[in-house]
Design a protein around this ligand. Structure first.
Ligand SMILES: [Fe+2]
Length: 332
């Protein structure tokens, strides 16, 4: 199974690319993107992305490095903020990126669906020593999104292919505007059993692909020293003149120059077949329920011969679903 993707080099004019760096600095303060445990009854207490976390811990990442859990956590607790949501600009200056014509055309090409509706633009910033575990993104279905159900469940749903009729195909454009060492974007366009493609995070370049279907991650951002032990609640702050610091309340725990940071901006958009499909999504006229989702998955486990007898307790069922349907690429 081969997945279409498109590359952009350059993505923006030199002036617009400089403006993205300026925008990053003007925004000024970035919170940590960390996952709260899921409170849903199905899989209660599991991390939202239990699938990706467990694979990272088991495999030690793409290069099979074994480290203590708190170090692995620090490596993957990166910084994120939103610049736009839907069509709404949350931070002035993001407009050329939000409305990029090349992204729209590539989105149409990836899914063959012409009605493109921007969903979100956000920044990810990784500091030296950080990396992003290999994963697929959280997909969305009519009636099933991250506001209603645990994230791992929607990832299971997509990999099972049992809910394709309800899926909302999404694309992601990822662009880089920093000049760090390392931090390559790694993806598997031929599927989990195919070879990875390694893309340098080169300034003012981008890729657009279906990150809900294509496994991807970020290799480690170059670091000379020990991993700073980042914890949820810390912030990355621009101190002026391209100097940045990580702060735990008012305490500075690390300082960086701009060219040590990995700054990427992501654009996500829904791709609808036609306006009728978009309207059904907006009106919730054909939504899935949690009972229907779980019944379908359990029936499929039985049909595969993986389940006999009673349905397991919710957390056991959750772990079985993750193991059964989400087949990660092997470590290098
Ligand atoms: Fe991702």
């Amino acid at each position: 199974m081969s997945h279409h993707y498109e590359l952009f080099d350059p993505l923006l004019s030199p002036t617009e690319a400089d403006a993205m760096v300026d925008l990053c600095q003007r925004f000024g303060r970035y919170g940590m993107y960390s996952q709260e445990a899921s409170a849903a009854e199905i899989g209660q207490g599991l991390a939202q992305r239990h699938d990706a976390v467990m694979n990272f811990v088991r495999s030690g990442g793409r290069f099979g490095r074994k480290e203590p859990l708190h170090v692995l956590a620090a490596r993957t607790n990166y910084f994120r903020e939103e610049y736009a949501y839907g069509d709404t600009v949350r931070f002035a200056g993001i407009e050329p990126f939000l409305t990029h014509a090349g992204f729209r055309a590539a989105a149409h090409a990836v899914h063959g669906r012409p009605v493109i509706e921007p969903a979100i633009v956000y920044a990810n910033i990784l500091v030296p020593g950080q990396e992003l575990a290999v994963h697929t993104d959280v997909p969305e279905f009519r009636g099933a999104n991250r506001k209603r159900f645990p994230q791992w469940l929607m990832v299971v749903m997509h990999h099972s292919r049992l809910f394709d009729a309800w899926r909302m195909p999404i694309v992601t454009g990822v662009a880089w505007f920093s000049a760090c060492q390392g931090g390559e974007f790694v993806f598997y366009p031929e599927g989990a059993s195919g070879a990875p493609v390694v893309l340098p995070a080169k300034r003012n370049t981008a890729i657009l692909l279906d990150t809900d279907s294509v496994f991807h991650g970020v290799d480690r951002v170059a670091s000379d020293g020990e991993m700073v032990l980042l914890r949820p609640g810390m912030h990355l702050v621009h101190d002026g003149g391209g100097r940045w610091s990580i702060r735990d309340s008012d305490t500075v725990v690390a300082r960086y120059a701009w060219d040590e940071l990995r700054f990427s901006v992501s654009w996500k958009a829904y791709c609808f077949a036609d306006t009728a499909e978009r309207d059904a999504w907006r009106a919730h006229s054909d939504d899935l329920s949690l009972d229907a989702i779980l019944d379908t998955l359990v029936d499929d486990l039985r049909a595969r011969g993986r389940l006999t007898g009673d349905r397991p307790a919710p957390t056991d069922l959750a772990l079985q679903l993750i193991d059964e349907y989400i087949q990660f690429p092997a470590a290098a």
